[in-house]
Write a protein that binds this ligand. Structure first.
Ligand code: SAM
Length: 248
């Protein structure tokens, strides 16, 4: 059997690449990349020349035969995405499954991940959290997603485009209320890194006042729903109403 290494790459700052990743990218028989042009830039920054092929959402299943053949010959392959950890809102799920089913080794080579980097600096509870991936780009679907999470008690982590930040935070105000704490972590590890934590209402005002905040890449983190220990839940209210009717 061969080995598939799942190699994390930087999310902006190239110095975040690990020694282990660099060594593997130089030594493996082949690098499977989400976008070969993108990965070539990374490789050339570290003077690594190695063979690459593309492996993205649209050809992942077709590539399986070729990758499977190489792995059966005992070869080693590194899987990388454009940035961060492969499979985290990035391609790779099918190939990892394929390797498991065919008894090839799958070895994670950890490193940067935007969701985890954002969470580590957000100042919201991290003992439990829920990674929600990309928010829908259309407001109707986005509001439905947010409403469905209204009583989620865990901190929620989303990927979203900053150009949509105003619309998204407006939708958060509409569905979860102006007071819900939200953290925007933009351009992490890059020159214009900005991490701001405030109520959804205040963040909306801030975004509207500074167009620079709508550029680049961002992670959005929403505080979980806080259970009010004094609040009476819906089921109890229903029971009390029924009892009230029966009272003389
Ligand atoms: N696999 C990647 C990871 O481990 O973070 C995520 C890939 S996903 C296609 C890209 C999204 O990650 C962006 O739209 C943004 O939400 C987030 N992201 C990536 N790099 C970022 C950065 N430097 N700062 C903030 N968010 C980032």
């Amino acid at each position: 059997p061969g080995t598939l290494y799942i190699v994390a790459t930087p999310i902006g700052n190239l110095a975040d690449i690990t020694d282990r990743a660099l060594k593997l990218l130089a030594d493996v028989d082949l690098i499977a990349c989400e976008d070969t042009r993108h990965t070539h830039k990374l490789l050339s920054a570290f003077s690594i020349t190695n063979k690459t092929i593309s492996l993205h959402d649209h050809n992942e299943r077709q590539r399986q035969d070729y990758i499977g053949e190489l792995l059966s010959q005992g070869k080693s392959i590194a899987l990388v995405s454009d940035a961060g950890t492969p499979l985290i809102s990035d391609p790779g799920f099918h190939i990892v499954r394929f390797c498991q089913e065919n008894n090839h080794k799958v070895v994670p080579v950890p490193g940067a991940c935007a969701a985890i980097a954002a969470l580590s600096a957000a100042g919201l509870p991290t003992d439990r959290f829920s990674f929600e991936g990309f928010l829908p780009s259309k407001s109707g679907a986005r509001k439905a997603t947010l409403s469905a999470l209204a009583s989620e008690p865990r901190t929620m982590v989303f990927y979203d485009a900053p150009r949509r930040a105003i619309d998204t935070v407006q939708d958060i105000c509409d569905t979860l209320g102006d007071n819900r704490q939200v953290v925007i972590a933009r351009e992490l590890t890059k020159t214009f890194e900005t991490i701001v934590s405030d109520s959804a209402g205040a963040l909306l005002q801030w975004l509207n006042s500074d167009a620079n905040q709508l550029k680049g890449e961002m992670v959005l983190i929403i505080e979980g729903h806080k259970v009010d220990p004094n609040a009476i839940d819906d089921a109890t209210i229903q029971t009390l109403k029924l009892l009230l009717k029966e009272l003389p």
